[in-house]
Design a protein around this ligand. Structure first.
Ligand SMILES: Nc1ncnc2c1ncn2[C@@H]1O[C@H](COP(=O)(O)OP(=O)(O)OP(=O)(O)O)[C@@H](O)[C@H]1O
Length: 398
């Protein structure tokens, strides 16, 4: 007896290559940025469609048609198509109900660090734990000394990549002056308010909140001093994050009011510094590092973004801005070097289209570079979670 041919992404894409959009027959499904994700396990195929790009009446028929089509493939025993609304507010999330993590017949077998985080209850006072952050395993700031080095793109792709590894991830966009997270995640619409708390929006498997979802961008851009501090505090205490393994905070470049408010208001368990390889960016990165060190926030490592240009034809690497700049800097300063992300047009076009590259093309060089970094981050997140719980416990006992 011969074993069935393995199915791969290529076969699935090939099968769907003639599929056109019922409401726009000139456009192929594969060209329409509608497919979020294809996962294959043996002979089972799961495909996720981005509901926000489909006319409401067309969603269910399209889902059923694709499912039926895939089911006809010789080696497919199960084909399931899910619709993901991309936002929490639209209430159209039609994933099957989430199973409790790591449970077998009702018995919770999750490792200790993944048990529901039971941080002690909030204590009144300035530096007491904030109630909405109580069920968060640990908090990591993504920072850069200089603007435009790709900090937000890095934060988003790391968040989605961590979620793909099974972690519950939140992303708070604290870049009050230039919030780019909603656009990069393709999030639109109104934030939902329940019991006086804001609900984060969901996209690509993560929860996200940004000042850009609450006020028009022109408004926030001119805020200074107390207004900025007030906005950061609101993002921290008025958002119902729920249970998360990790909250990533995308901070604005530099060392201003936002960073100060964050480090004075909450316990940040670690900071990751994003830098490009050039000297000037590295110099600015040093300032960012110094600020976190002043507030005793551990530096978890440095990521070099736009490390090299990767030729789309032959994958040859060209080190446009010099080689190993951030890597050498990390070594000099004694911090872990977490990895390098290539300069790849698809990272920019994905961000512009609201589809992070790790979701759009998980097998790409870029997605793999982010994944390698998140594989290093997972054990760190576990360690920080345990440390945070211990620290919070100590604080309540003081
Ligand atoms: N590795 C990369 N390859 C190609 N383009 C990239 C890469 N990283 C970031 N970009 C692009 O560079 C631009 C700046 O990136 P991004 O907004 O993430 O930077 P930032 O440091 O957060 O900026 P800001 O200082 O405005 O907050 C964006 O258009 C983004 O898509």
């Amino acid at each position: 007896m011969t074993s069935p041919n393995p199915i791969d992404q290529q076969t699935i894409k090939q099968t769907l290559s003639d599929f056109t959009l019922p409401w726009s027959p000139d456009i192929r499904l594969l060209d329409a940025n509608i497919i979020e994700n294809i996962t294959i396990q043996g002979q089972k195929v799961h495909l996720t469609l981005n509901l926000s790009t489909i006319p409401p009446d067309a969603a269910e028929p399209l889902r059923a048609r694709i499912e039926q089509h895939l089911q006809q493939l010789e080696n497919v025993t199960q084909a399931r198509v899910f619709l993901n609304s991309g936002t929490a507010s639209s209430k159209r999330l039609v994933f099957p109900p989430r199973q409790p993590a790591n449970t077998t017949q009702g018995k919770n077998t999750a490792p200790a660090w993944k048990q529901p985080h039971k941080h002690p209850p909030a204590k009144p006072g300035n530096n007491g734990p904030i109630e909405t952050l109580q069920s968060i395993g640990c908090i990591i700031a993504i920072a850069s000394g200089k603007g435009g080095v790709g900090k937000s793109s890095t934060a988003i792709n790391l968040a989605v990549s961590l979620a793909k590894q099974g972690l519950k991830v939140g992303l708070m966009d604290a870049d009050i002056y230039g919030p780019s997270v909603p656009h990069m995640l393709g999030l639109e619409g109104q934030v939902e308010v329940v019991n006086h708390k804001l609900l984060p929006m969901t996209a690509w498997g993560i929860s996200a909140m940004s000042i850009g979802m609450l006020v028009p961008q022109e408004q926030a851009m001119v805020w200074r001093g107390p207004m900025v501090m007030g906005a950061v505090k609101q993002l921290l205490s008025d958002v119902k994050w729920g249970e998360l393994d990790v909250l990533l905070i995308d901070t604005p470049p530099g060392t201003g009011d936002v960073q100060l408010t964050l480090t004075q208001t909450i316990q940040i368990d670690g900071a990751i510094i994003v830098s490009t390889p050039q000297d000037v960016a590295l110099l600015d990165a040093r300032r960012g590092i110094a600020m976190f060190q002043k507030s005793k926030t551990p530096i978890l490592g440095i990521i070099e973004n736009m490390a090299y240009f990767s030729c789309p034809c032959c994958n040859e690497k060209t080190y446009i801005f010099g080689e190993n700049g951030a890597k050498n800097e990390a070594q000099t300063l004694g911090f872990p070097f977490l990895g390098e992300i290539p300069l790849i047009p698809a990272i920019r076009s994905g961000a512009d289209a609201g589809v992070p590259i790790v979701a759009q093309d998980p097998d790409s060089i870029a997605a793999k570079a982010y994944q390698e970094i998140t594989e290093l981050m997972v054990p760190v997140i576990k360690r920080l979670t345990v440390q945070r719980a211990n620290k919070q416990q100590e604080k309540t006992e003081e």
